[in-house]
Design a protein around this ligand. Structure first.
Ligand code: PCA
Length: 322
């Protein structure tokens, strides 16, 4: 009798464990209103619908749960089970993560998509070894340069304090004779207001989100590269899900990548127009500036190929052959 009650109880327990809804917090580093964050919320909603509420994902934008530079480690160690981060922020750890931040390698949405297809499988392998499952990635609009005055060429940049968001932007600053300082987008406005930074490279999206016109005057639309945010899951947590929930995550990720990328394309011109509408001078670089930046880009491209070795060679070959 006791025995059968014991079995019945454990059956009920395992039944309820299988059905128990899980709640995953999804930390993100960028503004709540930004399209990456909004797209992440739609992804979370879609996963909820697909799993019939068994997997609830709750997005926390603006670095409110973990700051940008804490998110990857938090997910690797299971403090959060899913997260979004700027991929190239990890390029110090492995140069592969910087494939999307090589200036002028892929500077249109179309080229950025091809580069992503060339890199994603290798990236997923490296992440897997780090206890992470790659779900999807969405690009930022093309990167330009923000300054508080007119810049005709690299010599005009000497000594400027330049906000960097990864190793590539720090290297670019150094090659241009500027002084790099690493700052998260969430802290950018404050850094500009206090003079900790006087210039930076980013998309018109981040300039808009941070109301950069309150501090800086010029946006040079150099269209250098399109870095990506990616969304990833703790591998142990992923593997503990049932097949259906895993399929939901994969399917919703495919949709989120397509929807987020489309949104970025649609918004790129609008963001740039907002900078101008708020009083910034938005312009294409003069030939001298373009030439100086091309020289820096070429140097950075060789450094990256060297550092990322066989991974770089495989990615570039796949990219160029498509
Ligand atoms: N915005 C992010 C990264 C690239 C971008 O466009 C930032 O400035 O932090």
């Amino acid at each position: 009798m006791r025995w059968s009650i014991g079995i019945a109880t454990s059956l009920m327990l395992s039944f309820s464990a299988a059905m128990a809804a899980e709640r995953w917090d999804l930390p993100m580093a960028y503004a709540d209103s930004n399209y990456h964050t909004q797209n992440g919320k739609l992804f979370a909603e879609a996963v909820g619908v697909c799993t019939g509420g068994d997997l609830e994902i709750v997005v926390h934008g603006g670095g409110s749960l973990f700051k940008g530079n804490e998110i990857k480690r938090a997910v690797q160690t299971g403090q959060a089970l899913i997260g979004e981060r700027l991929l190239s922020a990890h390029q110090n750890e492995n140069p592969l993560f910087g494939f999307d931040s090589v200036p002028f390698l892929a500077s249109s949405f179309e080229a950025s998509d091809r580069l992503w297809q060339a890199a994603r499988d290798r990236l997923a392998e490296v992440l897997f070894e780090q206890n992470l499952i790659l779900l999807y990635a969405v690009p930022w609009p093309p990167q330009g340069l923000y300054f508080n005055r007119e810049i005709e060429g690299v010599p005009d940049m000497a000594g400027i304090k330049f906000r960097a968001y990864n190793a590539a932007t720090a290297m670019m600053a150094e090659l241009a004779g500027m002084v790099p300082v690493q700052i998260e987008a969430a802290e950018l406005s404050q850094a500009l207001a206090t003079g900790v930074a006087e210039a930076f490279a980013s998309s018109a999206a981040t300039g808009y989100d941070r109301k950069v016109w309150e501090h800086l005057s010029h946006f040079y639309d150099v269209q250098g590269w399109l870095p990506r945010n990616y969304v990833f899951v703790n591998r142990d947590a992923f593997e503990a899900l049932d097949d259906h929930a895993r399929n939901c995550l994969r399917a919703c990720a495919l949709l989120a990548e397509a929807a987020g990328t489309t949104r970025a394309r649609e918004l790129a011109d609008w963001y740039r127009a907002q900078l101008a509408a708020n009083g910034m001078i938005v312009l294409s670089p003069d030939p001298q500036l373009a030439e100086d930046l091309a020289v820096i880009g070429a140097a950075m491209s060789s450094v990256w190929s060297e550092l990322a070795g066989p991974d770089a060679a495989a990615i570039l070959e796949a990219f160029e052959s498509e």
